[in-house]
Design a protein around this ligand. Structure first.
Ligand code: D41
Length: 782
């Protein structure tokens, strides 16, 4: 039997476990519990403390959250000033620094504590009897700001120290910083939601600590590394700086694992180069390394010059931010058509690399920063991320520089650049004709679920596009065996490879013949696959199938005004817009013409489905357009009162006579006055009338699919095809395929080992087929 612990014992246990988890996470970098488990323990402790106020403890991990927002920050005088660091840029300056120490202390090649120089905000943490009592920024070194409430929410800051020999009063100095990943994630979110973007992780750390609401600080993932001491009372300390850092780590402070010791100038410079080589891969920004004479007695002997110690120096890395001039803003089109503005810069060294391009992210970012061509800008390059323009140097603005605007057209293919409502990103609408998007489009077109061209994979398609053999999907169908062989030759020459295929001409020919054959085989397509293969945004396999069944022919789909597409139950407004937009692009239509001209044939076209014929109503089409104030009910009134071809021109007073409220009639007339709107209305109603005429003229030709209105259930194992394939075939013939048997089920197809569904079918007297019967049906309609 286990005894239930007393609340006090349980609270102590929870606090110990939570602080231990913090220590493992931030100090040892060996987390032992999940975030979820941490949260669970925290909630239990919170509940316990709420139920037992007598258990309150200012150092409880629960105190890391929830203090009320403060008005402003009190001043804190640092009893021992926070010193500043001298800088060295060249190796010679480091050599001078070391030589001065050697001379003054009369020793050779002393040992240094060597540390990364974290690029964050210097702070001082005060502990009394092992409990965190105050935290302050460095400020000017003599006076900082009291940011205790905000530091409490930084999990890397220990609230209660652990281990042996903690001094009664202990001030620990170190750097609060924002890890790069947290910074990138924060900015990505801010850019998406139009929020304030942080210029760099250092500003992120500084800004977060100076928040008046600690809850805001808590929402920004900050970290901390300790690197020095301030006031220490009532405790012994080691004789070297490096041993002090080890002690700090034992007491629960995070100390960077990159901290080390080095002997003499050579040791220091080796460390500098080693950390420099790791710089881009580190999870946080550093702007150099710091060398500190390790022997504390030596430090005391050397003393200071002003506020700068003679025993320490920062050896800086090339800056990660530089100013340069922005020469132009170009647009880069990505794989999905996303248009990213790129800053073309006067070449500048940033973080040791020459930078000539930097991302501006998107149009909103440019507007936010008010970047203009000719501006002097600050560029930042950190880690492996693409260099970015951080801000404009305002004083350097050229008079009359025009405000930048997203160009109207794609720089690659001249198609319109468009931006969906509520989206940040502009996209090239060129789709199949835009070379930047073409490769992806061709890869999708040839893929297994689309046109299924065997052997034509991504790498091959890239080469075909890059070497100019294929400009659009239509070009695939003019490729010859010689083209493939030649393409391969050029690709090998470019890559400097001489594979078997070239050495043995026959092998290459066979390979090319197979490809040409595979392309040939794909010429016969189903409408559904063909529509899916076009890669229209939002048109997946199921939408392609719906389009194919409802409209029956490519001609109808590619000429269909988008409002009529919404009459299909599975197609919503956004999808209809996207399809309409795709077919409005002349380039896309030209590619489709090209495919047909090169012999692509759709084998399963049929008339408009009976379901569509029934849904083909003026009122529904009008309502789908989204005319202001024209609700479904008003659309029905209009459709009832006017012939379809009269609606576009009906004078306002007649609309009112027909029963439309005056404001609705006025809104309709105003909307109609816009030429693009008038055209859409005309096209929609015209197409509708034409479809109706078609249907009337050839009543019998209206395809009702053979299995329209029937519901099938598949059960047991089928031998000759998979269940998915059977389902797809049945659906293509107009049937619905359901998962369970009911009175409404038309047919149950029972394979081997059919179970309860078969029993149910027998019970309900539902028609039962075996596999042969199903296969015969498919054969009949192949
Ligand atoms: O990582 C740092 N940013 C860092 C800063 C460091 N590793 N060591 C430092 N050591 C000192 C002395 C030697 C004066 C105790 C420092 C700083 N100072 C410092 N940070 C901001 C101003 C000075």
């Amino acid at each position: 039997m286990t005894d239930t612990p007393t609340p006090a014992a349980r609270a102590a246990d929870l606090r110990a476990r939570l602080e231990d988890a913090n220590q493992r996470y931030h100090v040892l970098d060996e987390p032992d519990i999940t975030d979820a488990e941490y949260d669970r323990l925290m909630r239990e402790l919170e509940a316990l403390e709420a139920a037992h106020p007598e258990l309150a403890d200012p150092a409880s991990p629960t105190r890391r959250v929830g203090a009320a927002p403060s008005r402003a920050f009190d001043e804190v005088r640092h009893a021992i000033p926070m010193l500043s660091l001298g800088n060295a840029f060249a190796d010679e300056e480091v050599a001078d620094f070391v030589a001065r120490i050697e001379e003054r202390l009369d020793l050779r090649a002393p040992v240094f504590s060597v540390e990364p120089k974290f690029d964050g905000l210097a702070i001082s943490l005060r502990y009394e009897d092992g409990v965190f009592v105050r935290g302050a920024t460095r400020g000017d070194g003599a006076t900082g700001e009291d940011v205790t409430v905000n530091l409490r929410v930084v999990r890397a800051v220990p609230l209660r120290l652990r281990g042996e020999g903690v001094p009664r009063v202990l001030e620990v100095r170190g750097e609060v910083y924002m890890p790069r990943a947290a910074f990138e994630a924060y900015n990505a979110r801010a850019r998406e939601h139009g929020g304030k973007v942080l210029a760099n992780p250092r500003n992120g750390a500084a800004g977060s600590l100076r928040q008046l609401d600690p809850a805001v600080t808590a929402s920004r993932p900050l970290a901390f590394y300790a690197y020095a001491l301030g006031v220490v009372e009532g405790g012994d300390l080691p004789a070297t700086h490096s041993a002090t850092l080890v002690r700090l780590r034992d007491w629960g402070f995070p100390v960077s694992p990159l901290v080390s010791t080095a002997r003499g100038v050579e040791g220091c410079l080796d460390y500098y180069r080693s950390i420099g080589a790791q710089r881009d891969a580190l999870p946080f920004d550093i702007d150099g390394v710091v060398y500190k004479l390790d022997d504390l007695a030596g430090q005391r002997e050397l003393g200071f010059v002003g506020r700068t110690p003679r025993w320490a120096i920062a050896h800086k890395f090339p800056a990660q931010e530089q100013t340069t001039r922005l020469v132009a803003i170009d647009i880069n089109i990505g794989r999905t058509g996303a248009a990213t503005p790129i800053a073309r810069l006067e070449p500048v060294q940033v973080g040791g690399v020459v930078v000539t391009n930097a991302t501006l992210h998107n149009a909103d970012q440019i507007a936010r920063l008010d970047v203009r061509v000719g501006d002097t800008v600050i560029v930042r390059r950190a880690g492996d991320v693409i260099p970015e323009v951080v801000r404009v140097v305002d004083e350097a603005r050229v008079a009359d520089a025009p405000v930048w605007q997203m160009p109207a057209n794609c720089p690659i293919c001249s198609s319109e650049l468009v931006r969906e409502e509520g989206e940040v990103v502009w996209r090239c609408s060129g789709e199949l004709v835009c070379p930047a998007q073409r490769k992806e489009a061709v890869i999708h077109f040839a893929s297994r679920r689309a046109m299924d061209i065997e052997g034509l994979g991504g790498r091959l398609i890239e080469d075909l596009c890059d070497l100019g053999f294929v400009a659009s999907v239509a070009d695939l169908y003019k490729l010859t065996v010689e083209d493939f062989v030649e393409m391969r030759r050029q690709a090998d020459a470019r890559d400097g490879t001489t594979p078997e295929t070239v050495k043995a001409g026959k092998v290459a020919t066979k390979w090319a013949e197979n490809l040409v054959e595979a392309i040939e085989a794909s010429r016969a397509a189903t409408l559904e696959r063909f529509l899916f293969a076009l890669g229209i945004e939002h048109v997946g396999e199921s939408t392609a199938k719906a389009l194919a069944t409802w409209f029956g022919s490519l001609e109808r789909v590619r000429r269909m005004p988008w409002p009529l597409l919404t009459l299909v139950p599975d197609i919503g407004g956004e999808v209809a817009h996207s399809i309409g937009h795709f077919f409005e692009q002349d380039g896309n239509q030209a590619v489709i013409d090209g495919l047909l001209a090169r012999g692509v044939r759709i084998g399963d076209e049929h008339g408009v489905s009976a379901k569509f014929a029934a849904a083909l109503e003026v009122a529904g089409a009008l309502a789908a357009i989204g005319i202001p104030k024209l609700t479904a009910k008003r659309a029905e009134q209009l459709a009832a009162a006017f012939a379809a071809d009269a609606i576009a021109d009906a004078p306002e007073h007649q609309l009112v006579t027909a029963g439309l409220p005056a404001d609705t009639a006025a809104a309709f007339v105003a909307w109609r006055a816009e030429p693009a709107h008038a055209r859409l209305l005309d096209d929609t109603l015209g197409a509708l009338a034409a479809l109706r005429a078609d249907l009337d003229a050839s009543g019998a030709a209206v395809a009702s699919l053979p299995l329209d209105g029937k519901t099938f259930v598949l059960t047991g194992t089928l031998a000759s095809l998979t269940r998915d394939a059977a389902k797809a075939r049945l659906e293509a013939l107009g049937a619905k395929v359901a998962g369970s048997v009911s009175k409404k089920t038309s047919v149950v197809v029972a394979g081997t080992e059919a179970g309860s569904k078969l029993d149910k079918a027998q019970e309900l007297g539902v028609e039962i087929w075996d596999e042969d019967r199903l296969v015969a049906l498919f054969a009949e309609h192949a």
